[in-house]
Design a binder for this molecule. Structure first.
Ligand code: SAH
Ligand code: SF4
Length: 369
């Protein structure tokens, strides 16, 4: 008979506390185990020296600290790292680390594939396979942090920001997303500030409202079009939750908090959504809203059918938005030599012939198996 062990990485603090209390243990065991897992990076119960011997033995028998398996490690010429992690069922997911001057951002996946089928997204093209568990979501952060430290080329890099912008629609995996976010914010685990943890959504309106009520994190919204006709085409979930409803949820998110802003993502597709009329429509849509627009250069993938807007088109678009009073940033593309740029994550074994893949077979990940 096979018994499934409980994975300690599947719980946020309260979940772990309930687990221990149900076994007749003191609630503070949760904090102890969390500190070992997330701050000491110890997955071996035997090493958890402030946990009683009896409990350590019990945990070794009944519980586990299983994480995804490191399948590939890649380092881009610009310092971006990408890891391919294999899950227990053979699926794989991708996680990307982007170093910048004064921060390091980890881009985490929430699902294998995605059901929402945005027309310009490689993950959407794959279709939906399944939701990730809490352990598989938080495990990406655990593994990335430890893999960066082990590699002499990246050991000085730190993860200061998290964006849920990898594969999948985080808000369609709500019940696993939220405990993972809690662990990111919890001082007994990663203790990141809410300004540095961002959930990106294509606009699943009811779940946006739930998120606003349940946990305080930063919000990015994949807008990509200033009117419903075009957004229906690019982001099909718009047919269910059109722009007016989406903006309603954005207003409820910022309500009552002076400093809160929404980051609107807008992928620049040549001739599709990058014309002056689109910029003007965007200005009237967002003029009175506390938000910022992030223009993303389109990252092509085979058979997408779109091309990236020219620099001139992006500059013209930016000027129209800025003149209209909209704060606008342009995202620089990072890691595209290892297919790590936005929208290129597909979880497949990537093209090994790429020139800049510095190493691909796991070099540092073996010890986490
Ligand atoms: N599902 C969520 C989060 C993952 S996608 C969402 O859609 O927001 C993260 C960001 O990458 C989104 O803004 C998405 O629209 C963008 N993106 C997807 N495909 C892209 C591509 N090919 N080029 C540039 N950005 C892309
Ligand atoms: Fe899914 Fe986001 Fe890609 Fe759309 S852009 S298909 S919501 S991952």
């Amino acid at each position: 008979m096979t018994t499934t062990k409980v994975n300690m990485f599947d719980f946020d603090h309260d979940g772990l506390r309930d687990y221990f209390v149900a076994r007749g243990e003191k609630p503070y065991r949760a904090k102890q185990v969390m500190q070992w897992l997330y701050q000491q990076n110890t997955r071996d119960f035997e090493q958890m020296s402030n946990v009683s011997k009896v409990l350590r033995e019990q945990l070794s028998k009944d519980a586990c600290t299983t994480l995804p398996k490191v399948q590939q490690e890649m380092l881009s010429s610009d310092g971006t790292c990408k890891w391919l992690f294999e899950l227990h069922d053979g699926n794989s997911i991708e996680t990307v680390y982007i170093p910048e001057a004064n921060r390091g951002t980890l881009c985490i996946s929430s699902q294998v594939g995605c059901a929402l089928d945005c027309s310009f997204c490689a993950t959407g093209r794959q279709g939906f396979n399944r939701n990730l568990s809490v352990a598989e979501i938080i495990g990406q952060l655990w593994l990335a942090e430890n893999l960066l430290k082990l590699n002499p080329e990246t050991q000085d890099q730190r993860i200061t920001n998290i964006v849920m912008m990898g594969m999948g629609e985080p808000l369609l995996n709500y019940n696993k997303l939220v405990p993972a976010l809690r662990l990111m914010l919890d001082d007994r685990a990663y203790g990141l500030s809410k300004r540095r943890v961002t959930v990106s959504t294509s606009g699943v309106v009811p779940a946006m409202d739930r998120l606003t009520a349940d946990i305080d994190v930063s919000l990015a919204v994949s807008l990509h079009a200033p009117n419903n006709a075009l957004r229906d085409e690019l982001v099909p979930v718009n047919k269910k939750y059109p722009i007016e409803q989406l903006m309603g949820a954005c207003w409820r998110y910022v309500q009552g908090e002076r400093k809160k802003r929404v980051l609107f993502e807008y992928v620049m597709l040549a001739g599709v959504n990058d014309q002056p009329e689109h910029a003007r429509q965007l200005v009237s849509l967002l003029r009175d809203f506390p938000g910022k627009v992030n223009l993303i250069p389109f990252n092509p993938f085979p058979t997408s059918g779109y091309t990236r807007s020219s620099n001139a088109a992006v500059a013209r678009f930016t000027k129209l938005l800025t003149d209209g009073g909209i704060l606008t940033l342009t995202r620089t593309t990072r890691g595209d030599d290892i297919d790590a740029a936005c929208g290129q994550l597909a979880g497949d074994i990537t093209d090994r012939s790429k020139r800049y893949i510095r190493f691909s077979e796991p070099r540092f990940g073996e010890q986490f198996q």
